[in-house]
Write a protein of this length. Structure first.
Ligand code: UDP
Ligand code: MG
Length: 320
């Protein structure tokens, strides 16, 4: 099969028939063999019935329905586990992404050798309250992930080589960082295509402004686990040691100054009257706590079943 289109959706009943017709038309015009996997993320409207009806007229329509709402990432992951096409395309259900982009995305994966191509909604039809924070968000994501050529990490329209989706696990709210997940899994050829974006036609957006707070927290998590997930001591140990040493030096100075003044007959203050003593104390305590966190982290890693799972690309003449 050429293409799997994975569509996560939550209460998008009005958009679905139009979306299905449009995708089917593009596929037929280009002669692709395809499937559309609708992942119903616990919709409370008529979405699932609409999907069932669509599958009656188009055998390429497939679906999974969650009993409750989990979020876009769990929906995508579930679709990925079931996708069979050589190229997997994800697309929002709200008709903001255009299926007309599919043939070019497909070509970029199959002919130009990209592992992942992300859409870029250069001209967006979203409120300003969303577009401005989005710019900031993408700038940070570029910096942290080191994927310098992406402008729109969270674009719902993306294309993947099948191998990529086999090796990434999208959970929580991590759909915002799929390119970063792919990079962490060793897929380097990540490209971008400017795509047309349209205003939402039916229904309303499912994400509020908390997306930005959560987005940054998730980015921090990915950065940390990507860099130190297998060796937490390198993070906590370094930070803890630095703080402890700084605190220790400060305590020694505070004490030495007092002794020196005392011995030379100057006025001196008790160590416990100096504010620096307390700062130094706090540094030393926090430093040792961080160090301990590093040890605990190492114990966790030692027992994690995935500690020796590596992304193996190919093997030659070895028996594993
Ligand atoms: N979505 C989902 N589960 C959720 C929230 C959203 O499957 O809990 C789907 C939603 O139906 C849509 C896509 O994710 O197909 C993108 O959502 P939305 O259009 O609300 O986001 P925006 O375009 O505002 O970023
Ligand atoms: Mg949308």
């Amino acid at each position: 099969m050429d293409i799997s289109v994975v569509v996560p959706l939550y209460n998008e009943a009005e958009s679905l028939p139009e979306l299905e017709r449009w995708i089917a038309r593009v596929m037929e015009e280009n002669g692709f063999s395809y499937e559309i996997i609708f992942v119903n993320d616990g919709s409370t409207d008529d979405s699932w019935n609409v999907i069932k009806a669509l599958s009656q007229t188009n055998p390429a329509v497939k679906g999974v329905s969650f009993r409750r709402n989990y979020g876009k990432s769990p929906a995508l992951n579930t679709g990925f586990r079931r996708a069979q096409g050589n190229v997997v395309i994800t697309m929002d259900a709200d008709l903001q992404d255009s299926p007309d982009e599919i043939p070019e995305l497909y070509r970029m994966i199959t002919a130009e050798g990209y592992d992942l191509v992300s859409g870029y909604k250069q001209k967006r039809y979203d409120p300003l309250s969303k577009t401005i924070p989005t710019k900031l968000f993408n700038a940070t994501a570029r910096k942290v992930s080191g994927i310098k050529n992406l402008h729109d990490f969270n674009c719902g329209l993306k294309a993947y080589r099948h191998k990529v989706i086999e090796h990434i696990e999208v959970y929580g709210d991590m759909h915002r960082y799929i390119p970063y997940l792919a990079k962490l899994a060793g897929f380097n050829r990540i490209g971008e295509k400017v795509v047309h974006h349209r205003a939402r036609k039916y229904g309303k957006t499912k994400f509020g402004l908390d997306r930005f707070v959560n987005g940054y927290l998730d980015l921090a998590t990915l950065w940390f686990t990507g860099k130190f997930g297998a060796k937490p001591m390198h993070f906590f140990g370094l930070l803890g040691s630095l703080m402890f040493i700084l605190g220790f030096i400060a305590v020694v100075i505070v004490g030495a100054v007092k002794l020196w003044n005392m011995n030379h007959g100057y006025n001196y203050i008790l160590v416990t009257d100096s504010p620096y003593f307390y700062l130094a104390l706090v540094l030393m305590i926090l430093g040792s706590q961080l160090f301990l966190a590093g040890f605990v982290g190492e114990l966790v890693v030692r027992n994690s079943p995935g500690r020796n799972d590596y992304e193996i690309d190919e093997e030659l003449n070895v028996t594993p």
